[in-house]
Ligand binder design. Structure first.
Ligand SMILES: [Zn+2]
Length: 112
């Protein structure tokens, strides 16, 4: 029996833990018998209200300070959404050009 890839990050290194499948790369855990998750992908809205989904390319619409560092991400910097995390605000887990992986607030980006 082969396991499906992780629905969050498409990792192939999923393993089974009792009734759940677990992704070692993003720590996502789900029950493969519950398919409702796949029908309702988490989305977020950018500064213009455009819906963003995982894998979208975005650009920053303002300079953003990086938490716990003196680095500043400049307006216009490109980023790729790796994952959307549902929280108080929708937060984007992005791979940012020249800065690496970090969380970016959806309202500070626009779809490229
Ligand atoms: Zn994963």
């Amino acid at each position: 029996m082969s396991l499906p890839p992780c629905p969050q990050c498409n990792s192939e290194y999923v393993y089974q833990d009792q009734n759940n499948l677990v992704c070692p790369e993003c720590a996502y855990e789900w029950n493969p018998a519950d398919t409702s998750l796949e029908e309702q992908p988490i989305t977020a809205k950018d500064a213009n209200g455009t819906e963003l989904t995982e894998g979208d390319k975005v650009t920053l619409i303002k300079d953003l300070k990086v938490k716990s560092s003196s680095q500043v991400l400049k307006i216009g910097t490109k980023a790729l959404i790796r994952r959307i995390v549902e929280g108080k605000d929708h937060e984007l887990d992005c791979r940012v050009d020249g800065a690496g992986e970090m969380m970016v607030t959806a309202k500070f980006v626009k779809k490229a």
